[in-house]
Design a binder for this molecule. Structure first.
Ligand SMILES: [Fe+2]
Ligand SMILES: [Fe+2]
Length: 478
């Protein structure tokens, strides 16, 4: 399981033993580096960044920290250890040995799922490429770049599967992954949320909290896959992914913390007095709620339609399971089970029992929502501890949706259905307006002295790798 870092492409899959594959990946590598140069972080490419690099897949100790220039980062191919005698944990092949090769009859479906997952990884790097210029501290700048290089590695993870198991069309898909561009009119990324802008650091924290968490749920489902190489790849990606959501959760915590401190210091009693709060140079809580509404609703769309035969087929085939599949106590085939799905019935939002197999997207989305709630509890604790009567909340699932049951209607964050005219008149009560965006943008001035933070965000409680508060996480070279 050791990783050979003397190889051009670090790996623990014995790449040297498969010359054809090695050559194909070594051919793709410079294309990847070109993409990184064009679409990766803007600037800072010659700066030394205190980054972690995976050196092992042992969960007890898998990364080491060091100063690295981003283009020199060792993007590698790392699979979690093979579980002996692993069986397919769900679907019509339940209990059969996991596949080490692609099952012919499910080849197209598998490839499509790998490509969709793969497409999100470079997309988020593209979305975040301008943020370095306005980082609120070297600590945050470093975290941004850590997320970026690891999303780059996740792209490698999916490209390895495509090139190793899908022959020529796999290689073509690998090239396409470097060709599409987030937000591009002609050649956009595959999923909506990955074509949205990430204009400021509050968006970045919301993205890493809500959208990376969709990634977590998808990776968990794919980690259950009967196709063992996919399962092993996703298991190791999840190890890295945890830090991305940590960046989001603590980032929002620190913004909320700073706002509450500033309001208290100024004697402001009403947190919804936006003008007064903004005059302090911090982001008011109602605007934070609007950003949350936006990113949560965009992320819900990533789960696809609530009722989906594709999801049922992927489950039946043993390709994509449920969150924590092996811990669920049922028959793992779901042939006669039902699951409650929120639907629009006679103009009302109602729960309707659907066959559990076709409701798998809804189930995963419910698991996601539950997972999201944890952060809200922490953020609301900060607000209530500061003595304010204000609660951040997740908007109703019918709010601001572009996919699924509620895509053709309008609803308030409380789930009250409204007509189009009302929506157009009131939407900026719930979603960031241009003025909100301009205000946040006005706060985004870079802070680059070690140990200093922009006035709209609190310092973190602990440093990365237990470094002290004034640690120079990025040695800026222009
Ligand atoms: Fe990722
Ligand atoms: Fe991520």
């Amino acid at each position: 399981m050791s990783i050979d870092y003397n190889e051009k492409i670090p790996n623990n899959v014995d790449l040297a033993a498969n010359k054809t594959l090695q050559r194909a990946l070594e051919h793709w590598q410079p294309e990847f580096l070109n993409w990184w140069g064009d679409m990766g972080p803007e600037g800072f490419q010659q700066s030394l960044v205190y980054l972690r690099t995976a050196y092992s897949v042992d969960p007890r100790g898998w990364a080491k920290f060091d100063y690295v220039k981003m283009p020199d980062y060792r993007w590698g191919i790392l699979l979690a250890p093979q579980e002996e005698n692993r069986v397919i944990p769900f679907g019509e092949h339940y209990g059969e040995p996991a596949w080490q090769e692609v099952p012919g009859e499910h080849r197209a479906m598998l490839r499509r799922l790998i490509v969709i997952q793969g497409d999100t990884e470079p997309a988020s790097v593209e979305q975040q490429r301008h943020l370095g210029k306005t980082a609120p501290s070297l600590y945050d700048l470093r975290n941004l770049f850590q997320v970026n290089v690891e999303e780059g590695r996740h792209l490698w993870a999916m490209v390895y599967l495509l090139q190793k198991y899908f022959g020529r069309d796999g290689r073509e898909e690998a090239d396409e992954l470097l060709r599409r561009r987030s937000g591009d009119a002609d050649s956009p990324r595959m999923l909506g949320a990955f074509n949205e802008a990430t204009p400021d650091w509050l968006s970045f924290f919301m993205f890493t909290y809500f959208t990376d968490r969709d990634g977590k749920m998808q990776l968990h489902s794919l980690a259950q896959s009967g196709f063992d190489p996919l399962s092993r790849t996703c298991r190791f990606m999840l190890t890295e992914e945890a830090h991305h959501m940590f960046v989001g959760e603590t980032g929002i915590s620190r913004v909320v913390q700073r706002t509450c401190e500033a309001m208290r210091a100024a004697g402001i009693g009403d947190p919804t007095d936006i003008a007064k709060v903004r005059a302090l140079g911090v982001i008011d809580l109602p605007t934070i709620q609007k950003k949350l509404n936006l990113h949560y609703s965009l992320s819900l769309d990533l789960f696809g339609s609530e009722v989906s035969t594709n999801a049922a087929n992927a489950f039946n085939a043993g390709i994509k399971g449920r969150y924590h599949e092996t811990q669920i106590k049922d028959d793992h085939r779901l042939e006669s089970d039902t699951y409650p799905v929120l639907k629009l019935v006679d103009g009302k939002i109602k729960r309707v029992d659907e066959p559990a197999l076709t409701a798998l997207n809804m189930r995963l989305r419910d698991d996601y929502t539950q997972d999201c709630v944890k952060g809200l509890l922490r953020w609301n604790k900060i607000i209530s501890t500061a003595g304010y009567d204000f609660k951040l909340a997740l908007p109703n699932v019918a709010f601001h949706r572009a996919i699924g049951e509620f895509k053709d209607i309008h609803a308030t964050p409380d789930g009250v259905l409204i007509d189009e005219a009302t929506w157009n008149r009131r939407k900026h009560e719930w979603l960031p307006s241009t003025e909100d965006g301009d205000f946040i943008a006005s706060l985004m001035t870079p802070v680059t002295s070690p140990g200093e933070f922009a006035p709209w965000i609190s310092p973190p409680k602990v440093g990365i790798d237990n470094k002290p508060g004034d640690f120079e996480y990025v040695k800026i070279e222009t």
